[in-house]
Ligand binder design. Structure first.
Ligand code: GLC
Ligand code: CA
Length: 545
């Protein structure tokens, strides 16, 4: 465990960050070439999504070999260089460990398919039940979770794509293999880990789900805590400068408290996704709906307060490689582009927890608004295109849904300058045409840019303990437009006010003259008790005893 409370993490999706050899695909050397940019932003850690050998069916979340780098991203020398150069700038690297499953091209799975019992026990192979699949569970990417292997007359389990076979953590040999991988990377100088869908690793029972798609049998299963504690003890927990975060699928506050309570020696912090489901109609992702603001506020307040009471710790984020761009989703990506980007940033960065910035967020990148299925690359998006088509949804409506929900909205190349600047070749995925205006160069040249606003938020976190350590107190729970909260630490206090709408509104602040403005996305404030708030305005008020 390191002191992570005043740290900020930047997430890189290497395929789309920077291409150094002009084959159209981002790579490790590309990342190294941009370290000064990240240093300027002020972040402490870089979480890089998987770049290990992989058939890339799920862009690297399907791993063939955890010890080697996929040649499309470079070589081990390139990685050593990246680690060294990052270290020179006091930036730590966090690697993404996909341990719930391997690719079916992994040596272990191949040996299993050859009938070696030792390796069949690394996975879940099950006999048919009543002549059919062992359970009625549905894969997260659509279709059943079971794939039939004729020569065994057995099915294997895959909660994700059929080329991502679930590992059997019940088997101590599997756990030993995974610990070995972590220790290998720790020895290489890696400073932290992000664990992919780590709350799915313990399967409680293989039974039909009569209410849902099977989640309750494998989410936050009985032994997740035990397995994480074991890994912690024999790997990262032995060092005092490592940082760890777990990606938690459909989890609860209670479980995340347990995963992150320091005395439990499991993880430093967790990602949960409840606040990113407030625009799901009837809990269905593949729908279009305006976000439910009251639900969003309630979720933030409940998680902030709940984790605080339990002494747990949240990873704070709006964006990642699996989510459409928050600016297009919760802000206004046209008329109030910069204002809403800055407001969204403040709403998250002033919360109690560790903020994560996803590449491009700091310059105001937006959704892609693709209009043709051939523009998409993501397996989930393409699967659901066909599922929706088979359900009879018309082409136009399908595109509206994909424009709002596809993971590819986050995965288009980083916009470095007016010509793109990502690659001199055709990129693996189209660049958003708005790169002519929305790009790093323009942001760096403009002192009022979103980039400089983020830079300031990071500096504030390092300067004010009330941001990194303070307690969280909800405010204005029923306000129709404003999400506000207080933070307190010793005698210091913050009031964070965020208008999520394109409207003029106001709130009442007692003793407003005791406060000064720490940051805002507007100038010319008049600090009256009856405080006027402009469209998408954010104001952080601060007082000290
Ligand atoms: C996580 C990853 C996602 C991947 C899935 C399966 O949710 O973030 O990109 O598709 O796990 O590994
Ligand atoms: Ca390349």
């Amino acid at each position: 465990m390191s002191n992570f409370k005043d740290k900020v993490v930047y997430q890189i999706y290497p395929k789309s960050f920077k291409d150094s050899n002009n084959d159209g695909i981002g790579d490790l050397k590309g990342i190294t070439s941009k370290l000064d940019y990240l240093k300027l932003l002020g972040i402490d850690y870089i979480w890089i999504t998987p770049f290990f050998i992989s058939p890339q069916n799920d862009n690297g979340y399907d791993i063939t070999d955890y010890y080697h780098i996929d040649p499309i991203y470079g070589t081990m020398d390139d990685l050593d260089e990246l680690i060294k150069e990052a270290d020179n700038r006091n930036i730590g690297l966090m690697f993404d460990m996909v341990f719930n499953h391997t690719s079916t091209t992994h040596e272990w799975f191949q040996k299993a398919l050859n009938g070696e019992q030792k390796y069949k026990n690394y996975y879940f192979f099950k006999k048919p039940v009543n002549g059919g699949m062992p359970t009625n569970w549905e894969s997260k990417f659509g279709g059943p979770v079971w794939e039939y292997v004729e020569k065994f007359d057995e099915y294997y389990l895959h909660l994700f794509d059929k080329t991502q076979a679930d590992l059997n953590w019940e088997n101590p040999e599997v756990r030993a293999e995974l610990a070995k991988i972590l220790n290998f990377w720790i020895d290489k100088g890696v400073k932290g880990f992000r664990f992919d869908v780590i709350n799915l690793i313990s399967k409680n029972a293989f039974e039909d789900d009569n209410q849902g798609i099977g989640k309750k049998f494998y989410t936050d299963g009985n032994k997740v805590n035990q397995y994480l504690n074991e890994l912690n003890n024999i790997t990262f927990g032995k060092y005092n400068d490592m940082i760890t975060v777990g990606e938690m699928s459909a989890t609860t506050i209670e479980n995340c408290v347990n995963y992150t309570y320091p005395g439990n020696h499991e993880l430093d912090m967790t990602f949960n996704f409840h606040h990113l489901k407030v625009d799901y109609q009837n809990k269905e992702k593949w729908t279009v709906m305006d976000f439910d603001f009251q639900e969003l506020k309630e979720l933030f307040n409940n998680w902030q307060v709940g984790m605080q009471i339990g002494h747990g710790w949240n990873a704070l984020f709006w964006n990642c490689h699996d989510q459409p761009r928050s600016l297009s989703r919760f802000g206004n990506d046209t008329k109030c582009h910069d204002e809403s980007a800055k407001m969204l940033a403040t709403a998250i960065h002033m919360q109690r927890g560790t903020p994560y910035i996803y590449q491009g967020e700091e310059i105001g990148m937006t959704n892609n608004y693709f209009t043709d299925i051939h523009q998409y690359r993501d397996v989930e998006s393409i699967n659901y295109y066909h599922i929706l088509k088979n359900q009879g949804t018309n082409e136009n409506d399908i595109h509206k849904i994909l424009q709002a929900k596809s993971r590819d909205n986050a995965r288009s190349p980083m916009q470095w300058n007016k010509d793109g600047g990502f690659s001199e070749n055709t990129p693996w995925m189209e660049m958003n045409p708005n790169h002519t205006k929305i790009n790093v160069e323009n942001n760096l040249n403009n002192p009022n840019s979103i980039f400089h606003y983020y830079q300031n938020l990071i500096q504030l976190r390092k300067k004010y303990k009330v941001i990194s350590e303070g307690s969280y107190i909800p405010m204005e729970k029923d306000h129709p437009y404003i999400y506000a909260y207080k933070r307190q630490y010793r005698g210091d206090e913050l009031i964070v006010i965020n208008n999520f709408y394109d409207v003029d509104t106001s709130i009442e602040i007692e003793y407003i003259n005791d406060y000064k403005i720490l940051t805002s996305n507007y100038d010319n404030h008049q600090l009256n008790k009856h405080l006027s708030i402009r469209p998408y305005e954010t104001i952080v008020l601060y007082k000290s005893e």
